[in-house]
Design a protein around this ligand. Sequence first.
Ligand code: GLU
Ligand code: ZN
Length: 336
Amino acid sequence: MTTGSFTRVTGRFAPSPTGLLHLGNAWSFLLAWLAARVESGRIILRHEDIDPARSRQAWMDAIERDLLWLGLTWDEGPEKGPHAPYRQSLCSPLYEKALEELKAQGRIYPCYCTRKELRMLAGAPHGAADGLGDAGAAYPGTCRHLSAEERAKKEAEGRRPALRLLCPDDAEEPFHDLVLGPQRITLQSCGGDFALRRSDGVWAYQLAVVVDDMRMGVTQVVRGEDILLSTPRQLLLYRLLGGTPPDFAHIPLLHDREGERLAKRHQSLSLAALRDRGCRPEAIVGFLARLANLQESGAPVTPAALAERLRSEGAFPWHRLPKGRIIVPDELPRSC
Ligand code: GLU
Ligand code: ZN
């Protein structure tokens, strides 16, 4: 944020505890941490464990251990800070309240479409491949205007509805991305009316993340470019709920040599596996800092020392980040 000395940056780590952190997560969290620390800002840790089928306490513990091992500390998070809970699974009443507000605005409608029907209606999967459960395909608006009888009939068939947000047709939520520059993306191209609650009662990422970032006073969101198409949807929610949106930085993601995005299945690149192989955290941070063009060599460095160096240069150098996909070179396992 450059809005003056009164606003301190508040950034956040928002991991989904569905597996071990890998090098790609370390990359995102290191950049989120540095971007806040360079501005003497704060970092919040929030576990995004909304999906009970995929989240585990053991992963939350492992995430905390791995972040600390890397030197990525947080100022607020589980067990410390004024914005508890720091776990989304404990926040249902807050999401419920936001949903009620949106209902009162006439914005919510039940959608009875099954996944299979949606797939057939929408054709190929939509570009919003955020892997976050609620936005697989562009929704054609089928259930927008069901009559009371039609709804009753679906209910009688035993169908449980998802709840969707009515998005204005052709509306855009323009924003300036700190990495990608000005963005003008229509809500339609982000998948149209999106779900806020799934038919099985699980809250959707879009709602949870906005409610939590709002109530925690987050001013800067640094996350992977894969989530870019969620941002216009989240901006709409900010507007409807009367919140001030944060600054967004969508960063390029790390890929393996086959061009596949680093993910939990790349077990050899989990931080735990790297640690077991004898890698030092400073070596990993140095390696990532070079990939980000934040230092010329991959020399080992702690996040704190790196932040100190960047602070002496002024603001966080977003423009130095490479563009497009980043292929992770092979030398990490050898150099650490
Ligand atoms: N829990 C989300 C994820 O792990 C975070 C997305 C975000 O940073 O908004 O992908
Ligand atoms: Zn529907």
